[in-house]
Design a protein around this ligand. Structure first.
Ligand code: IVH
Length: 702
């Protein structure tokens, strides 16, 4: 892309008149779809390109610009495509297992957490894992009132109009609670997928790589009539909010779903032992090719809902369920080249450029090689014949090299070096080092560029992360746009995003005149940026891209420090690392990383500039004001009615913090038999001490 406006037209009047008339009709039709039906069939950028060409023709031939010219008309433009829906109960994901042995381990983990003896029964359901996209359907008094995609798990897109066109999604439920959210997978069956692609091809339109992409593309259509023409289907397997209980177990819930009228997968089974789970897994695997829709594994769920409740969640996945994935698909191809990518944290990642090959229905031309050690382990060289594997959404991997097929003269790969033989970053030329862990003395597997913000690659990747969905989520500011603005020198640090509009047109054409933009996309982009000037603390922290601060740690820190300024102050204090690692879930490595980030002089000015532009708001509370919320609890001695892990998880769910050591900040000590020195210390400090029975009572579990 370039920042230059398109050149003026050179066509003859006759040609120009014909083209002008054609474009005028096209623009009128797009306007009608956009403003009248909220259902454009082309991108904003393509629309703007049409308009620009139209105006250029008029400029070259002013006689074309009559009273009814489209250039005299303007419409109002909605800024967002789909409205957002906040999920009252988050839509989370599942942990994975791959090997048969892990089934037993999963059950053992569950038993350990619940403190179940070997004699106690643990029933688990097993059902196909549908390869589609998840969707939450909200029914009020039996009527479908809203459908939402998963989005980032907390906020999805409102796709109600589209869901109403899916024939297997019931519009009315019978006997369901007054408020009831059914969750499940929207997917496309193989036969429908083949027919759709044939239609696309016949119409000269792009085809879809696989049924999941086709389903996602179809559900997320702005024009519901397009969705209606794409035969989607639905299986329900979970639920969100509900106003009255409807089952005591997962299997009862599925039976209730059927009675309500929801489609439930017929291969769902209740298993009593790991052996039964595995048998069902292999039975489903054997039918995979003939099911008529894509599945990528089997989902196991602890059957009893009371146990699910006790098991709860860890980070974004339930402890009570897991996905047992089928082995990934493989293919053989040639390694054409190895490129080095520089990531946000400076990690140099080798990327294999492959001769394109189809793996499980998807064309693959890139694979990750992870790091230097992996290249050495595989002994892979440019020109080699390699086996690639693709599992679900993850970037394909090179599994092995077929050494017999190595071409003569193939050379071992070395990371970029300067003239003196020192390893350097291929983007900025700074030294690229493998750090040595101070404690263990081990060398990090990752080689990192030391250039930080000096390195264009790190800066750009940091900005992409900043604007990405789970961070600032700025619509219209995707990876491509960030790269463009960065290369044009318009955005160098995050704060620049927020001054973009103010600086628009200074010393260069206005954004609306750039190729690939236009009035509509420029206006929408500025509106999307303005909409993010107030941002929740957890998103803000995550967006900063501090090493080791993913979404979960960002939430932990934001919960502890609702005011971002307090966190910054704490991170600058002498005992910062200690204070931070006292926060539940924050370990010393993470604490150190936060301290380093705030201590780094290079980060100071960009952060201040950013805080001049945006307001950081407290993270919305998830907890319900339970009396234990905000309290710091220490468990000591043995507990009889729940495992230590469960007690801890339970306390956290109520909003309490669990600490391992007693200090003046401890609010409550739960002491079981065998509590020793901690109990004495608690007494010395005058901290309230209770037994397990009392704990269960206060936690609402007795
Ligand atoms: S249960 C809280 N059951 O897999 C857990 N998920 O990798 C709720 N999926 O986001 C999910 N088939 O989109 C569940 N039978 C099934 C599923 C299933 C497909 C998807 C779902 C989820 C993803 C997690």
């Amino acid at each position: 892309m370039s920042a230059k406006p398109k050149p003026a037209d050179k066509a003859s009047l006759e040609d120009a008149r014909a083209e002008h008339a054609r474009l005028g009709a096209e623009i009128a039709e797009h306007d009608r779809r956009y403003h009248g039906e909220d259902a454009p069939s082309i991108s904003d950028a393509d629309y703007d390109a049409l308009r620009r060409r139209y105006v250029a023709l008029e400029e070259a031939h002013p006689e074309l610009a009559g009273a009814d010219s489209q250039s005299r008309k303007v419409g109002s433009a909605p800024s967002e495509k789909f409205a957002k829906v906040r999920h009252a109960i988050p839509m989370l994901s599942l942990g994975n297992i791959f090997a048969d042995e892990e089934v037993e381990e999963f059950c053992a983990r569950v038993r350990r957490f619940l403190g179940l003896g070997a004699e106690a029964e643990l029933a688990v359901t097993a059902e196909p894992k549908i390869d589609g996209l998840s969707c939450s359907l909200r029914y009020e008094r039996g009527k479908l009132v809203q459908a939402a995609t998963r989005g980032d798990g907390y906020e999805g897109e409102n796709v109600t109009a589209n869901a109403l066109t899916v024939s297997t999604i019931p519009k009315i439920l019978h006997g369901a609670p007054d408020i009831f959210e059914a969750r499940g997978e929207v997917y496309m069956a193989h036969e429908d997928f083949a027919a759709l692609n044939a239609r696309q091809q016949a119409a000269g339109k792009p085809t879809f790589a696989n049924p999941r992409n086709a389903a996602a593309g179809s559900l997320r259509q702005l024009d519901p009539s397009v969705t209606a023409a794409r035969p989607l289907r639905f299986f329900a397997y979970a639920w969100g909010e509900f106003s009255a209980p409807f089952a005591k177990s997962q299997s009862e819930a599925m039976a209730a779903f059927r009675r309500f009228g929801l489609p439930v997968n017929p291969l769902t089974r209740l298993c009593k032992t790991p052996a039964e789970m595995l048998a069902h897994f292999h039975a489903i695997e054997a039918q995979r090719a003939t099911l008529g829709y894509d599945i990528d594994g089997v989902v196991y769920k602890v059957d009893e809902l009371a146990l699910q409740e006790r098991l709860g969640f860890v980070s974004r996945s339930p402890r009570w369920a897991t996905a047992h994935k089928f082995p990934a698909e493989r293919a053989i191809t040639i390694l054409n080249d190895i490129e080095i990518n520089v990531g946000r944290t400076g990690a140099l990642t080798p990327l294999a450029k492959l001769k394109p090959v189809t793996v499980g229905g998807v064309v693959v031309s890139n694979a990750t090689l992870h790091n230097e050690d992996e290249i050495a382990r595989l002994d892979v060289r440019v020109g080699d014949t390699v086996v690639v594997q693709r599992a679900g959404d993850v970037i394909p991997q090179i599994l092995e090299v077929i050494h017999d097929k190595r071409p003569p003269g193939a050379k071992a790969f070395v990371f970029p070096q300067d003239a003196a033989g020192q390893f350097v970053c291929p983007v900025c030329g700074s030294a690229a080092l493998r750090e040595i862990d101070e404690k263990t003395g081990a060398t990090d597997v990752v080689r990192r560029c030391t250039g930080r913000l000096v390195c264009a690659a790190q800066a750009v990747e940091g900005l992409k992360h900043f604007a990405s969905r789970n961070a600032f989520d700025i619509e219209g500011l995707g990876d491509k746009q960030i790269e463009l603005f960065f290369n044009e020198g318009l955005i160098r640090i995050a704060a620049d995003i927020f001054t973009l509009e103010k600086r628009d047109g200074q010393g260069r054409p206005r954004l609306a005149e750039w190729e690939g933009f236009g009035e509509v996309s420029a206006r929408n982009l500025f509106a999307a940026i303005a909409a993010r000037r107030a941002i929740e603390a957890n998103r803000f922290l995550y967006a900063l891209g501090v090493r080791h601060i993913g979404e979960t740690n960002a939430r932990r820190l934001a919960r502890h420090f609702p005011d971002f300024k307090e966190l910054r102050k704490a991170a600058h204090a002498d005992d910062a690392a200690q204070t931070l690692s006292a926060i539940e879930g924050i370990g010393p490595v993470v604490a150190e990383s936060v301290v380093d980030f705030f201590a780094e002089p290079h980060n100071e000015a960009p952060l201040n500039a950013l805080l001049d532009e945006v307001t950081v708001t407290p993270m919305p509370a998830v907890e319900s004001g339970h009396p234990l919320a905000g309290k710091t609890i220490v468990f000591t001695g043995s507990l009889e009615r729940m495992s230590r892990d469960e007690a801890k998880a339970f306390a956290e769910r109520l909003g309490a913090k669990v600490s391992g050591s007693i200090s003046a900040k401890t609010d409550l000590v739960v002491a079981g038999p065998g509590a020793g020195s901690k109990l004495n210390k608690a007494r010395e400090l005058g901290v309230e001490t209770i037994d397990e029975e009392e704990w269960l009572r206060r936690a609402g579990r007795s």
